[in-house]
Design a protein around this ligand. Structure first.
Ligand SMILES: *[C@@H]1O[C@H](CO)[C@@H](O)[C@H](O)[C@H]1NC(C)=O
Ligand SMILES: *[C@@H]1O[C@H](CO)[C@@H](O)[C@H](O)[C@H]1NC(C)=O
Ligand SMILES: *[C@@H]1O[C@H](CO)[C@@H](O)[C@H](O)[C@H]1NC(C)=O
Length: 237
C-alpha cells in the first residue's frame, strides 16, 4: 500500500525535477498545449507507470524535434554474477514488483552463513545497489564526456550523472539509519535514491531519446524499487 503512494509521489516529483534536456525553450513556448495532452489518441494512457519506459514508443509530443531512432543502438548492461538458490530470498523477492531482478542482483552476494531475512537482504541489497550505481555513474560520465556523444544526449547524461552522484551518500545514510533503527530516515533515503533514478530515466523519456545505458537504468529502477518495498513493507525494527 505505502509503496504505491510513494512511487506516485516520486513520479510527480521527478516530472517537476526534469531540466530542459533535449528540449529547447522555444519548443515549450511554441506549443502552449501540454505535451501530455493527446486528445486525438483515445487509447493513450497518461497514467502509465514510469517503468513502462519504452524508447521505441511513438511520441507525438516530440513535434519532430527528436525523432525516435529507428534501430536504437544496443544498451550497455551490468555484468551480473550467477547467484545461488535460496527459498527464503525467493519468498522475499516474490512479494516485490521486480521478483526476478531482486533474486538476480542479490543472490550472488548471499551465502549459507547469512540469515536470509528482510533486514539482511535489504543490507546486502543496498551494498549491491551502491556498487551498481557507481558502475553506472562511471559509464555515464565516460559517455557524457565522449566528443562523439550528441549535445542532446550529453545534456541528458548530465542530469543522470548529477542524480547518480547523490546515490552512494544516500545509501550510506540508509545503512546508518538501519543501524540506528530509524525507519522513517531509511525510507526517506531509499525514496530519494529511487527519485534520482527516475529523474534520469524520465529525462530521456521526455526528450524522446534512447539512453545508451537504458538497460542499466531500468535495472537500477528495479533494484531501488525492490529495496524501498522491502524497507517499507517488510522490515520491522
Ligand atoms: C557471506 O556474505 C556476506 C555478505 O555478502 C559476506 O560479508 C561474507 O563474507 C560471506 N561469507 C562467506 C563465508 O562467504
Ligand atoms: C562492492 O564493491 C567493492 C569494491 O569494488 C567490493 O569489494 C565489494 O565486494 C562489492 N560488494 C557488493 C555487494 O557488490
Ligand atoms: C531519524 O533521523 C532523522 C534525521 O537524521 C532525525 O531527525 C529523527 O529524529 C530520527 N528519528 C528517530 C526516531 O531517531
Amino acid at each position: 500500500m505505502g509503496i504505491k503512494r510513494s512511487l506516485l509521489l516520486i513520479s510527480i516529483f521527478s516530472l517537476v525535477a526534469i531540466s530542459a534536456c533535449a528540449r529547447p525553450p522555444s519548443d515549450i513556448t511554441d506549443t502552449p498545449e501540454s505535451p501530455d495532452s493527446t486528445p486525438e489518441s483515445p487509447d493513450s494512457t497518461p497514467e502509465a507507470p514510469d517503468d513502462d519506459y519504452s524508447p521505441n514508443a511513438p511520441d507525438e509530443a516530440a513535434d519532430g524535434y527528436a525523432p525516435p531512432p529507428e534501430a536504437p543502438t544496443p544498451s550497455a548492461t551490468f555484468t551480473i554474477l550467477p547467484g545461488g538458490s535460496y527459498p527464503e530470498l525467493d519468498q522475499i523477492c516474490g512479494a516485490t514488483d521486480y521478483p526476478i531482478e531482486c533474486v538476480r542482483f542479490i543472490s550472488p552476494y548471499l551465502n549459507d552463513s547469512i540469515k536470509i531475512d528482510p533486514l539482511n537482504v535489504l543490507k546486502v541489497g543496498i551494498h549491491v545497489a551502491t556498487n551498481m550505481t557507481i558502475e553506472a555513474l562511471n559509464l555515464a560520465i565516460k559517455i557524457r564526456d565522449d566528443p562523439k556523444t550528441s549535445p542532446n544526449a550529453q545534456s541528458c547524461l548530465r542530469v543522470c550523472t548529477e542524480n547518480y552522484d547523490l546515490i552512494p551518500d544516500g545509501n550510506e545514510l540508509a545503512l546508518r539509519a538501519i543501524g540506528e533503527r530509524n525507519w522513517s530516515d531509511l525510507r526517506n533515503q531509499l525514496s530519494g535514491d529511487l527519485t534520482s533514478v527516475n529523474t534520469c530515466i524520465d529525462v530521456y523519456h521526455e526528450g524522446n531519446l534512447a539512453s545508451p545505458m537504458r538497460d542499466m537504468d531500468s535495472d537500477l529502477l528495479a533494484l531501488y524499487s525492490v529495496l524501498l518495498h522491502i524497507a517499507v513493507d517488510m522490515v520491522k525494527f
